[in-house]
Design a protein. Structure first.
Lengths: 651, 310
């Protein structure tokens, strides 16, 4: 509560000053004026008295001087000495000889005596010395006899001189007294004025300070302040208005809070709705992904099988088309499912340290032909750098970027490069460094206004008719989300007509002992001649497709729709070389358990792998724990083939 | 013939009138100034002259300044009232007779000295002050108990000393004298005189008796209980016991008589005269204070009769 107090004090001080200062001025002025007048009066009285005394003395001593009557003069002098302020009296004859002197004369040198009265003042002893010539008094004689012979104006006859010394001591003392009195009166007046000012000020200051405190409290947000409105309060009206204002403020605040509450509730509902919507969408997509994958998986395999059979050229062409369509469809489905998973944050990130070159090789393999077809050069610069990232996601990202680059370039080419970036304060070459992966293209470039838009779903520049052969427009969206997930921010540099450069940085890693890559052995088509494969798949169509596919490869396969059926297969003494099982099996069976059961049944560690449409991280973990490879549906025949090869040959 | 006579007569009358206007004035009265005393005297003179048969047309009044600045005149007689007039008139070296009046003897003597004139029928005076005899007689009549008469001689009145002594010897036992050298050394001689005198007779001397000294002299004499006999009414008013004097009127009247004489063809007196009529004034307060009772009228009459008896 310091501020209002300080403010009120200054107002109080000001009020005091407003009352006190004029009083001081007026009182001082009056005192000064009247004191000075008084002093002047006293001075004048003193001088008049001294003059009168000496004149009277001069007149009285005329006859005494004329008759040289010292006795008479003595009487006069002594009488004069009795007067107050008189120090000494001296009566001199016309020649200047002292006839009579009384009192203690203080002057050392007699002043010049003339026919006019004179006065000298000795400042050190505050003594006035007055001399008065004693002139023979003149009688009016209007007589002819007086004017003969013609004389000059009658010179006054000086009979003698009177010297009187007056002391100003009493006068000065009186003066000091008067001054003191004046000062005391002034002081008393001022004190009284101050007292009155304080008293009066109280009546004004208290209401002001009350109002000030109230305002401060209102300012701090406390609207419950309410001061009583007193009848004798000079700020009565102000106080009443203040109370009213506080009440209104409180009401409006409550009202506001109420509205905020309502709005917040509404908002929360909407948010919940939205979340629910997203959740349902995600669930929908998840369900759809699982359901869609199965038939797509089967379709792919059936078509592959169909392609292996002999046809007439027309049919072959048609089958080719169907295959292409199936591929596109699978791609689209992959893309859609990828984006939905990324959106739902359902993608697990598995960090590993691997050389970037492996991904680069796959890029080359994947896109070399495409580039050649379009008459563009594709340069994927080799690099010996190792990185720490998710290989699958990274691969996906680079594939999308290069695919886009090739798609939107008509002349020139695409360059994929890897650069070192010195950054980070952590010491060591390998530790703090990052590498930047860049994808350059000399394509049509991206206009600045599209730099943000290209990363949105289904956005494609220049595909208004939504030609599906050009993709869904999800590629960059996936790239962005994937990189965000990995924590490698994407940078885009592009100018319309000059090409684009997509780049992102990832942490460099120390090279880890390289795992020997499985040797690539070229084998004939019917390489699995006579191999026995046990298929466990609950979906009949998928099972049939798989069986057909494997048969085309020369495998002798048996299918089971569930764990029990599989066991039944084994009872007849049939020992499989490989087990391919679906993860989710009917009657709550888990593919891993079934495999384990089968293995125990056979007493052999038969190579096995799992298939699943679900991308559950727990599933992946379980598979890893069981040392079983997990394939994602829809399974590419080529992929399946390579895995089968790997499993059979590694056994 | 008659015409010529008439013309001659009218011419003669004209000349006579002109003459009378310009030079026909017989008497010119010159006053020193227009103060009341002179006016009184002149008025009394004129009235008396008229009464005596001298028409007013024969007279003219002038002040001394006017007389000085006026052109030459040819009156029968000029009356100079006061010392200034006398001096002015005397300085013009008049061919006509001049009568000086309203001036004391000492002043007349002063005028004579100054202008080199001589007292004669052509240049005479009627003194304003009283003769010594009269004053002494007054003292004797008023204060018969007085044996010693005191007098203060000043530088101007010293000349009368021997005459006074002679005159006073008849009336008084002794004469107490005091000689005053100048105004400042007044007290000592005064004291000396008052110590032994019974009365102090004041004789006109400006050095001794003037406006500034009279107060102290009177005080001193009063303290000494010695009455002062003054020589003018002003002194009586100031505090002198009594004085014998002539008023300007009286003087004017006496002058008129003398003028009449001259106008009739006579001459002025060869020796200056003293006034013949006089008054006596008594200060009753002072008289009472001194324990005396004097009657002014009685004294005047007695003095007159004493004089006439002589």
């Amino acid at each position: 509560m310091k501020t209002p107090c300080v403010k009120a004090l200054s107002i109080r001080a000001r009020m005091l000053l407003a009352v006190w200062l004029p009083v001081l001025l007026i009182a001082s002025l009056l005192t000064a004026v009247f004191l000075s007048a008084r002093m002047d009066d006293m001075d004048e009285a003193y001088y008049l008295k001294s003059q009168a005394l000496i004149r009277q003395l001069a007149v009285s001593s005329e006859y005494g001087l004329f008759s040289a009557n010292a006795a008479q003069l003595q009487v006069l002098a002594v009488a004069a000495l009795q007067e107050s302020d008189v120090i000494s009296v001296a009566i001199l004859d016309s020649r200047g000889n002292t006839l009579f002197a009384a009192g203690q004369s203080r002057y050392t040198q007699r002043p010049a005596l003339g026919s006019t009265p004179s006065a000298t003042f000795d400042a050190t002893s505050a003594v006035d010395l007055l001399t008065q010539p004693v002139l023979a008094s003149s009688v009016q004689l209007d007589d002819l006899l007086e004017s003969t012979p013609p004389r000059a104006a009658l010179k006054p006859i000086v009979l003698g001189y009177v010297l009187v010394e007056f002391s100003q001591a009493k006068l000065l003392a009186r003066g000091r007294e008067v001054l003191l009195l004046g000062g005391v009166v002034l002081l008393l007046g001022l004190l009284l004025a101050s007292f009155l000012a304080l008293k009066l000020g109280q009546g004004v200051m208290d209401p002001i300070s009350r109002v000030g405190v109230s305002i401060q409290q209102i300012g701090q947000g406390n609207f419950s302040v309410h001061n009583p409105v007193l009848a004798d309060d000079p700020l009565r009206d102000l106080q009443a208005v203040l109370n009213q204002t506080a009440k209104r403020l409180a009401l409006s605040r409550d009202d506001l809070q109420q509205r905020i509450l309502v709005a917040t509730n509404a908002l929360r509902e909407k948010v919940e709705e939205a979340e629910n919507a997203t959740l349902s969408k995600s669930r929908f997509l998840a369900a759809a992904s699982h359901d869609l994958r199965q038939p797509t998986h089967a379709l792919g395999m059936f078509v592959a099988r169909l392609a292996q059979l002999p046809h007439d050229p027309q049919t072959t062409g048609l089958i080719k088309n169907v295959e292409d369509s199936v591929l596109v469809m699978q791609d689209l489905l992959d893309g859609l499912l990828d984006i939905s998973r990324l959106e739902a944050n359902a993608v697990p990130v598995c960090w590993s340290t691997f050389p970037i070159e492996t991904i680069f090789e796959r890029l080359r393999g994947t896109f070399a032909l495409v580039a050649q077809e379009k008459d563009l050069y594709l340069q994927v610069r080799t690099s010996v750098a190792w990185v720490t990232s998710d290989a699958a996601l990274l691969q996906r990202v680079l594939i999308n970027l290069v695919s886009n680059a090739l798609k939107y370039t008509t002349t020139g080419g695409v360059v994929v490069a890897c650069r070192e970036v010195t950054g980070g304060l952590v010491g060591g070459l390998a530790g703090g460094q990052k590498i930047r992966l860049e994808v350059w293209d000399s394509g049509q470039g991206i206009a600045p206004e599209h730099h943000q838009a290209i990363f949105t779903e289904f956005f494609q520049i220049g595909n208004q008719e939504r030609n599906r052969t050009q993709g869904l427009g999800l590629g960059l969206s996936i790239v962005q989300r994937a990189l965000r997930l990995l924590g490698h921010p994407l940078a885009l540099c592009s100018r319309l007509g000059q090409g684009s450069r997509f780049s992102f940085e990832l942490p460099r890693a120390a090279p880890v002992l390289a795992l020997p890559s499985p040797p690539e052995v070229v084998v004939p088509t019917r390489e699995f001649e006579g191999r026995r494969v046990l298929l466990i798949e609950d979906d009949v169509l998928v099972l049939a497709a798989l069986e057909s596919l494997l048969a085309s490869w020369g495998c002798a396969s048996r299918g089971a729709t569930g764990g029990r059926a599989a066991l039944v297969c084994l009872e007849r003494g049939w020992v499989p070389d490989l087990i391919i099982s679906d993860y989710q099996l009917p009657q709550g069976d888990c593919g891993i358990e079934v495999v384990a059961q089968l293995r125990t049944q056979l007493g052999l560690a038969v190579p096995a792998c799992l298939m699943s449409g679900d991308m559950n991280p727990s599933l992946i973990q379980a598979a890893k724990a069981a040392h079983l490879t997990l394939l994602h549906k829809p399974v590419r025949p080529a992929k399946l083939r390579s895995l089968v090869r790997h499993l059979l040959w590694s056994a | 013939m008659l015409l010529w006579l008439r013309a001659a007569l009218s011419l003669y009358l004209l000349v006579w009138a002109a003459g009378s206007v310009h030079a026909g004035v017989s008497v010119v009265i010159v006053s020193s100034e227009r103060s009341p005393a002179y006016v009184e005297a002149a008025a009394a003179l004129l009235v008396e002259l008229e009464r005596l048969g001298v028409p007013r047309t024969e007279t003219r009044q002038q002040t001394a300044l006017e007389f000085q600045s006026a052109g030459p005149d040819n009156p029968k007689l000029v009356v100079a009232l006061g010392v200034q007039a006398a001096l002015t008139v005397a300085k013009t070296a008049p061919k006509y007779p001049v009568l000086c009046a309203l001036l004391p003897r000492t002043s007349f003597e002063f005028v004579l000295r100054e202008t080199g004139q001589r007292s004669s029928e052509q240049f005479s005076a009627l003194f304003f002050d009283q003769p010594l005899e009269r004053q002494l007689e007054l003292v004797r009549l008023a204060l018969p108990a007085v044996k010693n008469i005191g007098v203060l001689w000043g530088p101007e009145s010293r000349s009368k000393e021997s005459a006074f002594k002679t005159a006073a010897a008849f009336k008084f036992s002794s004469v107490v004298q005091g000689h005053v050298a100048d105004e400042s050394a007044l007290f000592a001689p005064l004291k000396k005189v008052l110590a032994s005198a019974d009365v102090l007779l004041a004789l006109a001397d400006p050095q001794v008796f003037n406006a500034q000294t009279i107060q102290n002299i009177l005080l001193t004499s009063f303290r000494a209980q010695v009455p002062l006999v003054g020589f003018s009414p002003a002194y009586v008013r100031a505090g002198a016991l009594l004085a014998v004097f002539s008023t300007p009127e009286q003087v004017g009247r006496q002058v008129a008589g003398l003028v009449k004489e001259v106008w009739l063809g006579g001459a002025l007196p060869a020796v200056p005269l003293y006034p013949s009529s006089f008054n006596v004034l008594v200060n009753d307060h002072v008289a009472r204070s001194l324990g005396l009772s004097l009657d002014a009228a009685l004294l005047t009459a007695r003095l007159k009769s004493a004089e006439s008896a002589k």
